[in-house]
Design a protein around this ligand. Structure first.
Ligand code: C2E
Ligand code: MG
Ligand code: MG
Ligand code: MG
Length: 285
């Protein structure tokens, strides 16, 4: 009986594994098709300057609705692309699409000060990454100072010499660097001194329970203080309520991104927003 049971477990396990593998193969196939067949799109989320409520920049976020209408999260897209060797293709598409869109906004004189593009830790290890970004900047004729790359702390832990080279190449070209999901990566703070970083984005897990959670208060306080001392900009992610915003503002945080202001939106919604409600004085072009 015991043996029967354990045999049964093995069979169940094998079936689960097979389903898992099939699912992974399906997703892999679908993603390959999505990248090649132009099924991906970018949405954009504004970052707000809390001083005057203007749009300080926009972040590009990849979106994919498959042919059956299911929405696949960017985390799944990125993870699957990384697992299946499609990350360079995906990343190249994102960078070019983002810069093409931003160039269009520049031509329409409604571009916010910068566009931010996410680059995963895995993507960052690609020695072609800096070239890909700089070529796209040149191709779409976007001033490099108006491009921000969002990286995670992983970049400072793994494959350091390659990553360092990439960071310095981008910074030397004028591209700015932001640390995304700051505080979740267990890296040392010392690297902020040694790398050409301009901005830290406080992870939304530390913002969610403000202004009530004592630990989160301390963490936000420390990050904002440190950023001020190091002359870095601070953006709070996932700001959904006014009490969070007010608290962050009191701590000295100048920028916020979140549903309190704007969700991510497609290019039509973004253009409408930028051409209708932006205070003219904040538009740099
Ligand atoms: P992220 O870069 O930290 O982006 C912020 C995420 O928080 C986005 O989720 C955004 O839609 C969501 N968000 C914004 N405001 C709020 C809010 O007020 N409340 C809540 N609950 N969420 C908010 P999204 O678009 O699902 O992206 C998830 C992650 O996937 C991103 O996190 C980023 O790490 C990654 N990702 C997205 N697009 C790309 C891409 O083009 N390339 C790479 N490498 N990664 C990407
Ligand atoms: Mg980001
Ligand atoms: Mg983030
Ligand atoms: Mg993230």
């Amino acid at each position: 009986r015991a043996r029967q049971l354990s045999h049964h477990r093995v069979v169940v396990f094998q079936m689960a594994m097979r389903d898992h593998l099939h699912q992974k193969k399906d997703t892999e196939y679908a993603i390959r098709k999505a990248i090649q067949g132009n099924e991906l799109s970018l949405h954009f989320q504004p970052q707000i300057d809390l001083n005057d409520h203007s749009i300080a920049g926009i972040e590009a976020l990849v979106r994919w609705q498959d042919t059956e209408g299911a929405v696949i999260s960017p985390d799944t897209i990125v993870r699957t692309a990384e697992d299946t060797g499609l990350m360079r293709q995906l990343g190249t598409w994102v960078v070019n699409e983002a810069l093409e869109t931003y160039a269009t906004l520049l031509a329409q004189h409604c571009a916010p000060p910068f566009i931010a593009i996410n680059i995963s830790g895995h993507e960052f290890q690609d020695s072609f990454l800096a070239d890909t970004i700089l070529h796209a900047i040149e191709r779409h004729q976007v001033p490099p100072e108006r491009v921000q790359i969002e990286l995670t702390e992983q970049v400072f832990i793994e494959n350091l010499s390659q990553n360092q080279h990439t960071l310095h190449t981008l910074a030397a070209a004028g591209v700015s660097l932001a640390i995304d999901d700051f505080g979740t990566g267990y890296s040392s703070l010392a690297y902020l001194k040694h790398f050409p970083v301009d901005t830290v984005k406080i992870d939304r897990s530390f913002v969610a329970d403000l202004p009530h959670c004592k630990d989160d208060i301390v963490i936000c306080q420390a990050v904002i203080k440190m950023a001020q001392l190091l002359k870095l900009k601070v953006v709070a992610e996932g700001v959904e309520r006014e009490d969070q915003r007010d608290f962050l503002l009191d701590l000295g945080c100048r920028y916020a991104q979140g549903h309190l202001y704007h969700p991510s939106m497609n290019i039509h919604q973004l253009t409408a927003l930028l051409t209708q409600s932006q205070p003219i004085t904040r538009l740099f072009n």
